[in-house]
Design a protein around this ligand. Structure first.
Ligand SMILES: O=C(O)CCC(=O)C(=O)O
Ligand SMILES: [Fe+2]
Length: 251
């Protein structure tokens, strides 16, 4: 059982037992005896992950997204929610990522991942918040999103992810990709930029700084440049198929 422990500085929210197969994070706090709760459960609620997406996303940004195919939102969550996600990302048992064919090819992608399920705590709240964003995209852009999926990802030092689009050839279920970054104090020397080619064939480098969400059309080509420091993120996809009827109609 390999464990990658975060190099993030987690000072305020500390989970005593590393989260893994034998110790899934609990979504719903226990009833009754407060002393039985994990520290995160004392302090975290779904409402901590509420984001006023409508106000965060100006019409100008939405227009840019439609024209160029990508945009950035910084300062997404309040500190408490960000710390919880950083903490959770550091205590997950990560697994090797696979390519669509089911084969791991580490010179194509070197990230280690863990899909977010109902058994997660902060990650599940994150996904709920993304669903509210998806509902907004449905309302304002007729995006036709029916559910979202996300995984935590950790790129060890010396790894990246080569050029790809998030819809493999012949597929189009992924409508919008969104990546949320978790590392504090990321500098240009740390590498690991997300390089996106926008709809006008212009290249952009996005640094993976904490509390930043980069959102892009899933058909755009992009790559993750080699990281020189352990790099943590949540890769997220809003999908048009209805595997899980997860997106709520109301914003
Ligand atoms: O972490 C990133 O910046 C992008 C990751 C990515 O492209 C993917 O997981 O498909
Ligand atoms: Fe990607």
């Amino acid at each position: 059982m390999t464990q990658i422990i975060s190099n993030l500085e987690v000072t305020q929210l500390v989970v005593d037992n590393p989260i893994g197969q034998d110790n899934p994070p609990l979504l719903f706090p226990h009833d009754g005896d407060d002393s039985q709760k994990l520290p995160t459960q004392h302090v975290l609620e779904l409402s901590d992950f509420d984001v006023d997406w409508q106000n965060k996303l100006t019409d100008t940004q939405l227009d840019k997204f439609v024209d160029d195919g990508w945009m950035i939102i910084d300062g997404v969550f309040e500190n408490k929610a960000l710390l919880a996600l950083q903490s959770e990302s550091g205590f997950i048992e990560y697994r090797d990522a696979e390519l669509t064919a089911g084969i791991r090819v580490s010179d194509i992608r070197g990230d280690r991942i863990r899909w977010i399920t109902e058994n997660f705590f902060a990650g599940y709240y994150y996904l709920e918040s993304i669903n509210a964003l998806a509902a907004l995209f449905n309302q304002s852009l007729f995006a036709g999103i029916r559910h979202s999926e996300a995984h935590y990802a950790c790129y060890p030092v010396g790894f990246g992810y080569q050029w790809h689009s998030d819809n493999p050839a012949g597929r189009d279920e992924r409508v919008i990709s969104a990546v949320f970054y978790l590392n504090d104090d990321w500098s240009n020397n740390d590498g690991g930029a997300l390089e996106i080619v926008d709809k006008h064939s212009i290249h952009h480098n996005v640094m993976p700084v904490a509390n930043r969400l980069v959102i892009f059309d899933s058909d755009l080509q992009h790559q993750v440049q080699i990281a020189h420091r352990q790099r943590y993120s949540i890769a997220t996809w809003m999908r048009r198929d209805g595997l899980v009827p997860f997106v709520k109609d109301n914003v």
